[in-house]
Ligand binder design. Structure first.
Ligand code: IPD
Ligand code: CA
Ligand code: CA
Ligand code: CA
Length: 266
């Protein structure tokens, strides 16, 4: 069994860097940009091409595996039985279009719903965050240490300004007191990178109100491997087949934010 995961990992290390190179090569080309559900929900020809790049290789090499991909080239999944790849070809498409940075390729591989491998590739910085369940997490060749706890007043947390202004998912008064207490807030516009940053200690927590499985699948595996906690806003486990709020942090800080801020206002 172990050799199978090592084999998948070897393929993936190779494919993801090749995909990154393909993305970097598009920087000089003209993108085709379309909108999906609303004017800020963007997709480019590159998002589609990169998803197809992975799917072709996975289907060819591992024909029995199932694939869930954001851009719809994968399978229609109703269950997590067997080996399931969850792919976001470009997480942070808006950043990819506007900034040519702050985006990542994000891929998680699950066995009967258990996260086995996770990859988040910051293409521009050539930084690959990855984890193999039980074997540790890495950034390129450097092992990521287990997370160290932080107090709220020393914490740097990531969240979008939307969640502390009028919005349809959460009362602004829930997170505003937390925003005032912490050392600093950040917002990078790529859920995958924000989870990789929590896993590598650059951020102490990440809170957001609505993500899809491909936004958090890889991050879940990597964060777990360094001892971090990944739940929805209310501390419940995430469902890999549904959209959800996401709250990622180190154990003690996660508990403290949950009881002192989020649940207090409920
Ligand atoms: C988006 C990014 C963003 C998050 C959005 C996602 P996409 O992914 O992760 O940070 O706030 O909810 O949809 O669409 O660029 O892959
Ligand atoms: Ca998208
Ligand atoms: Ca995404
Ligand atoms: Ca995407």
């Amino acid at each position: 069994m172990d050799t199978m995961w090592n084999e998948i990992d070897q393929y993936m290390q190779h494919w993801i860097r090749e995909a990154g190179e393909r993305i970097r090569d598009t920087f000089q080309t003209k993108l085709t940009i379309e909108t999906k559900s609303n004017p800020s929900d963007l997709v480019t020809n590159v998002d589609r091409e990169i998803e197809q790049f992975f799917i072709e290789r996975i289907r060819e090499t591992f024909p029995t595996h199932h694939i869930l991909g954001e851009e719809g080239f994968g399978d229609e999944l109703r269950a997590l039985d067997g080996i399931v790849w969850i792919i976001d070809p470009i997480d942070g498409t808006m950043n990819f279009i506007h900034q040519q940075r702050n985006f990542a390729i994000s891929v998680g591989v699950f066995a009967d719903g258990v996260g086995m491998l996770g990859y988040i590739y910051d293409v521009v910085h050539d930084e690959l965050y990855y984890a193999h369940k039980g074997k540790g997490a890495f950034m390129n060749d450097t092992p990521l240490p287990k997370l160290k706890e932080t107090t709220i007043s020393e914490a740097v947390i990531s969240l979008n300004a939307t969640w502390v202004t009028e919005n349809k998912r959460i009362d602004p008064s829930v997170l505003a007191p937390l925003v005032k207490r912490v050392r600093g807030t950040r917002s990078y516009g790529s859920a995958a990178l924000e989870m990789a940053y929590v896993a590598s200690g650059k951020l102490d927590a990440y809170i957001t109100m609505r993500l899809s499985p491909w936004d958090f699948a890889a991050g879940l595996v990597i964060v777990h491997e360094v001892g971090g906690i990944v739940t929805n806003l209310y501390g419940e486990p995430l469902n890999l087949l549904e959209k959800s709020s996401v709250f990622v942090s180190k154990p003690r800080l996660h508990q403290e934010i949950l009881t002192e801020y989020i649940m207090k206002e409920r």
